[in-house]
Design a protein around this ligand. Structure first.
Ligand code: PLP
Length: 356
């Protein structure tokens, strides 16, 4: 009768809005403004629907091999999933099983505490400093694992590999996940540390730098042993996480390295220009190495700007949460989208300041 007392109750993650309207400027979920690699479209146009009759390859070998070639690791060091969210969830389930609290920053990807709660993993959030920087020494305490988004979200701040190394050194006996969702926009990957640290698991996504958020592709790279444990859990949960079409399209996207580099460079260039314009408008922000800028205005409150932008069909992200409720997270769009954003910000700020 009282079945509700036995329900697994969770406070779910809240993804950014996906508005249905057409004429909007969407800078709220860090999507890539450019289309996927041209080969993806060609493959899709020629795809034989007869192939959908069969189950997909449970080992996901076409995609795994493309990723292993690109990143110069063995296929047995690669694990793929339905977006990095799926990969991260599997990694939490697999590696954070000690009963001890896992550690991650207080301001970071807001899915980490949701997975920890879902899987009943105790956790402690370590405060970033006032500049939103990590102090690696804070992670030298007893724990059951560490998760670092690098560059961090939603701050955009990149922690150098010396800092990552310190965290890995202090935590040889637990798995340290480095979530590199934004690493392709000018930061440095911890991939170079893999040979030295068997406690390191690197997770990346196709959603941002490869323009494929809608397809859902993420992957992990780690030691063969680690990937074996991760795969065992996956096969115990759902053998066919990834569909056959996505596997082919994803492999095609990875193979076009030139297009990938070109679009990432375009976004970095637009981001650097946007930084200058936002500064001129009176915004301040930690230096971003991602495809978004986490900005606070000197005089006008973030929530007001967020609401006003929305009225003008420009969507950015705002969280009414302690420590970050003065900030807007603005994804880097095309040059044209960023120009329209800046024009509208100028009007909103001028209007507000005149009323004061
Ligand atoms: C976007 C994002 C992800 C999830 O990406 P998907 O691959 O789309 O699931 C994971 N971690 C961080 C920090 C992100 O910003």
């Amino acid at each position: 009768m009282n079945w509700e007392s036995n329900v697994r109750k969770v406070v779910p993650y809240v993804p950014g809005e996906q508005p249905k309207a057409k004429d909007i400027i969407k800078l709220n979920t860090n999507e890539n403004p450019y289309p996927p690699a041209p080969g993806v479209e060609a493959l899709l146009k020629n795809y034989s629907t007869a192939l959908l009759r069969k189950y997909p390859d449970p080992t996901c070998s076409s995609l795994v091999e493309a990723i292993s070639e690109k990143y110069n690791v063995k296929p047995s060091q690669v694990f793929v999933g339905v977006g990095s969210d799926d990969v991260l969830a599997m990694a939490f389930l697999t590696f954070f099983n000690s009963g001890k609290k896992i550690l991650f920053p207080d301001i970071t990807y807001s899915f980490y505490d949701v997975w920890a709660s879902l899987f009943k993993i105790p956790y402690e959030q370590i405060p970033l400093d006032d500049e939103f920087m990590i102090d690696p020494d804070d992670y030298a305490i007893p724990n059951g694992g560490v998760v670092i988004a690098n560059p961090n979200a939603p701050t955009g701040v990149f922690e150098g590999l010396d800092g990552i190394r310190k965290i890995l050194d202090a935590n040889r006996d637990v798995v340290c996940i480095v979530d590199e969702a934004y690493v392709d926009f000018g930061a440095e990957s911890a991939l170079s540390l893999l040979d030295e640290y068997d406690n390191l698991l690197i997770i990346q996504t196709f959603s941002k730098s490869r323009s494929m958020a809608g397809l859902r592709i993420g992957f992990a790279i780690g030691s063969e042993t680690m990937i074996k444990y991760l795969s065992d859990v996956k096969y115990s949960f759902n053998s066919y996480t990834m569909n056959s079409l996505t596997l082919e399209l994803g492999a095609e996207a990875v193979r076009d390295d030139a297009y990938f580099k070109e679009t990432c460079a375009k976004i970095v260039k637009t981001r650097e220009q946007l930084k200058v314009k936002l500064k001129e408008l009176g915004f301040e922000f930690p230096d971003s190495k991602t495809n978004f800028i986490f900005a606070k205005h000197a005089t006008v409150h973030a929530e007001y700007i967020f609401t006003e932008l929305k009225k003008r069909n420009i969507f950015v992200r705002y969280w009414n949460k302690p420590r970050i409720n003065e900030y807007l997270r603005i994804s880097v769009g095309t040059d044209e989208e960023c120009d329209k954003l800046v024009t509208n910000l100028k009007e909103i700020i001028a209007g507000r300041e005149n009323n004061d």
